[in-house]
Design a protein around this ligand. Structure first.
Ligand code: GLU
Length: 497
């Protein structure tokens, strides 16, 4: 088995490994920024790897949006699916053969085993554990199957997954795993708390754990800099590195971005899609500056103005080891302030150019024009018919949004359902129509009530250009943001009970 040279001397190679499961996330940009800076400071390489092995959650457009958003922010990578590099392919779905070979090595050396349990059997075990107030864990049923049983199952074509055999097991009596986190020091996990995680699914695709470790090793990653939500996965990864006989990378787990209320950043409380920030008219310099302020990696300034710095300045002055573990708060008010600073610093020509390339682009304006041509009597009315495309917040009064026969409470509950459904809907008029109608039927809302409520939320009015077409032009990210802000504003107005 290959063992890399000592990690501490190897040329720095870092990576981000986003999964294309939806809109590119601000968290990806934040972790991407830190990786980018770390590589640039050390003459290292910054790799972009696409972790697309979860076929159930795969979104076809997502990968391109990840590329676009990171490039928009200026976080360019040295190796990746679109730019190539010496350690490719950089898309995990193109590496299944590599994972299969590595999985076979683990099966052969006894650090992994085939599990033939059915979904029903696993569910029954889970229920029993829940009833006994035990954490849900694989009960180990298939850990000690005889060779004859395994062969019979294989010959019969019984589907199986491959699981890691967390020690103790024959040949390895260790009962805990300790690894070093560069920000936290040593972290120990007792194996009684580590599950026999699936490494290879029955569809032949690896899970995150196997693919991530194999790739980090083969791509010669020296520093795994990722979000702290992966800390509890790290002991499993360390066990895999050991099972393969590989050198560990350094691990750096970054504190998660937080909502104002300190909960983990979520789309319910903040726009988390980078597409939103681009379309709503934030400048990439402001967003990247804002992300650089998170967590204390930059030296403290003495006043608001010293909080302004460019990506190049961050590469000069940022210190990853200074990151504070308390969760950095993603404060949208502050980002808006900072964005305002950047906008005011533009020359009038550049300010105008910024407008014309975003919220007043030819593309946007021509799509909007097409929606109102049939209903306009004077060109000068254009603004009357379309202002909701250009406003940031639209907050209809109850008179406008409340259907005659509905209470405020049930209306807001239905609007929340609309939001949930639309979050998961492809952004085309046909898909939107189908999703909304289905919801209306389920909840007993007429098409008219359903669409009127949404029209009020999106346009602020009971009359508008065709609603679904308008939402497609306005964009998914901004439409959902508008719906969230509507619900948020209503919550604030609700009388305290
Ligand atoms: N695919 C994981 C993600 O989407 C990567 C985590 C890691 O960096 O190890 O965040």
């Amino acid at each position: 088995m290959t063992t890399s040279s000592n990690i501490s001397e190897a040329p720095v190679r870092v990576r981000i490994a986003p999964s294309p499961t939806g809109d590119p996330h601000v968290g990806t940009a934040y972790i991407g920024l830190i990786n980018y800076i770390y590589a640039r400071q050390r003459g290292g390489k910054f790799v972009l790897r696409i972790e697309d092995t979860d076929r159930a959650r795969f979104v076809a457009t997502s990968e391109q949006e990840i590329f676009n958003s990171l490039r928009w922010l200026g976080l360019t990578w040295d190796e990746g699916p679109d730019v190539g590099g010496p350690y490719g392919p950089y898309r995990q779905s193109e590496r299944t053969e590599i994972y299969r070979e590595h999985c076979d090595l683990l099966l052969a050396n006894g650090t992994a085993y085939r599990c033939f349990c059915t979904a029903d059997e696993l569910e029954a075990a889970r229920k029993q554990q829940m009833a006994a107030k035990l954490p849900p864990r694989y009960p180990g049923t298939c850990r000690h199957l005889s060779t004859a049983t395994i062969e019979a199952n294989l010959a019969a074509g019984t589907p199986f997954v491959v699981r890691i055999a967390v020690p103790p097991h024959a040949g390895d009596a260790t009962t805990s795993t300790t690894f070093r986190d560069e920000l936290r020091g040593d972290i120990t996990f007792e194996h009684s708390n580590v599950d026999d995680q699936v490494l290879m699914k029955s569809d032949g695709f690896p899970t995150y754990h196997l693919a991530n470790v194999v790739d980090d090793h083969l791509m010669q990653i020296t520093d795994v800099i990722r979000a702290e939500e992966w800390i509890s996965s790290t002991p499993k990864h360390v066990l895999l590195y050991r099972a393969f006989g590989w050198q560990l990378p350094r691990f750096w787990h970054m504190p998660l971005l937080r909502n104002l209320d300190k909960s983990k950043i979520s789309k319910r409380k903040n726009p988390v899609s980078l597409i939103y920030y681009r379309q709503a008219g934030f400048l990439p310099e402001a967003v990247i500056n804002f992300l650089g302020l998170m967590g204390g990696g930059m030296p403290e300034g003495t006043g608001p103005v010293t909080e302004k710095f460019s990506l190049e300045e961050m590469v000069e002055r940022f210190r990853v080891e200074n990151i504070r573990l308390g969760g950095p708060v993603f404060d949208l008010t502050k980002l808006r302030w900072l964005n305002g600073e950047y906008l005011r610093a533009l020359s009038p020509e550049n300010f105008y150019a910024a407008l014309r390339s975003t919220v007043l682009s030819d593309d946007y304006l021509s799509q909007i024009a097409a929606l109102v041509q049939t209903r306009i009597e004077m060109l000068g009315e254009f603004g009357n018919l379309t202002h909701f495309f250009f406003a940031d917040d639209i907050l209809p009064t109850a008179e406008v949004f409340l259907p005659k026969k509905r209470t405020l409470e049930e209306t807001l509950a239905f609007a929340a359902e609309q939001l949930t459904v639309l979050e998961a809907t492809e952004w085309t008029t046909a898909a939107l129509e189908q999703a909304l109608k289905k919801l209306g039927e389920e909840k007993g809302w007429s098409v008219k009530e359903n669409f009127m409520l949404l029209r009020a939320i999106i346009t602020g009015s009971t009359m508008s250009p065709p609603l679904l077409e308008s939402m497609v032009v306005f964009g998914k990210a901004r439409s959902l943001d508008r719906m969230r802000r509507f619900l948020e504003a209503q919550k604030k107005q609700a009388p305290k009970k």
